[in-house]
Ligand binder design. Structure first.
Ligand code: FAD
Length: 403
């Protein structure tokens, strides 16, 4: 039987960071025994593929307003205890070059692999068992007995860092949720988020021929009196819409809801077309619209409105205005999303009401911690999800070493 102080389940962003933080924060001359277990062949697989291989490792604008949760205040304490600037300082100490892309999003100049190496370096002194199945977790002798494919492990603390359900092909499972249920913790139903949206046939008539076209757009979701808006890239796909603006709104969208798309935010299409019309000439509507939108999109919209080949000079104001409406207020009802296969994150998870916000410990189960994506805290696109993984892991590590 293996005996450790802390057993961390999951060698992803949160698990690796937690192991390193425990070793770093422990003041005792004898370092605590920490073991990290994962069923995957390699640690940090999602880090490796994140940010297009460059890992958007944090966001300078991190604050609790950038996270979705049924308990929106829960994440504040952990985020304040480990701000983005601390992670940046660590990245600097490890000599990893980075750059800010837009909106506070920080990426490695070179490769996401550097972040994984940094995390592994930092947790030297801890054990890492890969390709190890976790079969059962039971309370035993003031701690937990964990049955694994490499034999039993007894640990005083167990940290669940097994992530969400997105991208099962990469090793994602609902293990953390099952474990939470086993110990009587409540769950907020997990749902795919930061995910492309799919549409019914009639909407696909427009999307499908435009697959591959991207445009800067503002996408809104209205719920009651509050509207959520994201202005960013939108990409047409064979199944519907993707791109950062759509991924962002997907976290807010629920089946049955509409989304509203402005394909030319900040422009006044009606005025611009009327001005062009006033300048005379035989310009076609599609050609005029292509001065505002990508040509293929302009073409598709004019065809849809049966204006292909029509001259701008022949269009009365009401028709120009309805064309403009089509550009700025395109209302759509997605039929679904691409689901776990491509979702970047999982919305929902372990209900924050059952965790202590200071150290992520289960209120009813001393020594059992939940960190990272398995918790009902989900960041916007842009480095927030990793920042939550670091911050929640740090909070748990601090709690563990000071217990
Ligand atoms: P994970 O990193 O998912 O780690 C969980 C670990 O647990 C995995 O290693 C898994 O193998 C293991 N595990 C699961 N079930 C079991 C089991 N039953 N037994 C044993 N082990 C198990 N976020 C950002 O902030 N910036 C980005 O640039 C970014 N890009 C992304 C790109 C993609 C394509 C994806 C899918 C996600 C991206 N994210 C990004 C989100 C980010 O990767 C996650 O939010 C983050 O990895 C969550 O960390 P975690 O440690 O909680 O879970």
């Amino acid at each position: 039987m293996e005996h450790v102080d802390t057993l961390i389940l999951g060698a992803g962003a949160a698990g690796l960071f937690c192991a390193g933080s425990i070793l770093e924060l422990a003041k005792r001359p004898e370092k605590p025994r920490v073991l990290v277990i994962d069923h995957a062949r390699a640690p940090g697989e999602k880090i490796r593929i994140s940010g297009g291989g460059r890992c958007n490792f944090t966001n300078l604008a991190t604050g609790r307003d950038r996270f979705l949760s049924q308990n929106p205040r829960f994440c504040a304490s952990a985020l304040a205890g480990y701000p983005a600037s601390e992670f940046v300082a660590m990245v600097d100490r490890h000599g990893i070059a980075w750059h800010e892309k837009t909106l506070g999003q920080l990426f490695c100049d070179d490769s996401a692999r550097q972040i994984i190496d940094m995390l592994l370096n930092r947790m030297r002194g801890a054990q890492l068992w890969l390709e190890t199945a976790i079969n059962a977790v039971e309370p035993r002798d003031g701690g937990y007995l964990v049955a694994t494919s490499r034999g039993p492990v007894h640990a005083r603390n167990v940290v669940v860092a097994t992530g969400g359900k997105s991208i099962p092909k990469m090793g994602a499972t609902g293990f953390g949720y099952d474990l939470a249920r086993q110990f009587g913790l409540r769950l907020i139903e997990p749902r795919a988020a930061l995910v492309p949206l799919t549409f019914a046939e009639q909407d696909l008539d427009l999307c499908r021929p435009l697959a591959g076209v991207s445009v800067e757009a503002e996408v809104s979701h209205v719920e009651g009196r509050s509207a959520t808006r994201f202005r960013d890239g939108l990409l047409f796909t064979h199944r519907g819409l993707s791109g950062p603006a759509i991924l962002q709104i997907s976290s807010f969208w629920k089946p049955g809801d509409d989304i509203l798309v402005d394909l030319a935010p900040g422009r006044n299409t009606a005025e611009e077309l009327k001005t062009q019309r006033g300048q005379g000439g035989r310009i076609a509507v599609g050609t005029a619209l292509a001065r505002i939108l990508p040509a293929r999109l302009a073409d598709a919209i004019t065809t849809e409105l049966r204006l292909d080949g029509a001259r701008l000079a022949d269009q009365p104001n009401p028709r120009i205005e309805s064309l403009s409406q089509r550009v700025h207020r395109w209302r759509l009802r997605p039929v679904g999303s691409e689901g776990w296969r491509t979702a970047e994150v999982t919305l929902g998870g372990v209900d924050c009401r059952d965790l202590d916000a200071r150290d992520m410990q289960a209120r009813s189960q001393p020594g059992l911690y939940f960190i990272g994506e398995v918790v009902d805290v989900t960041g916007w696109l842009g480095g927030y999800n990793f920042q939550w993984a670091w911050a929640s892991a740090h909070a748990a590590a601090k709690g563990i070493v000071s217990a």
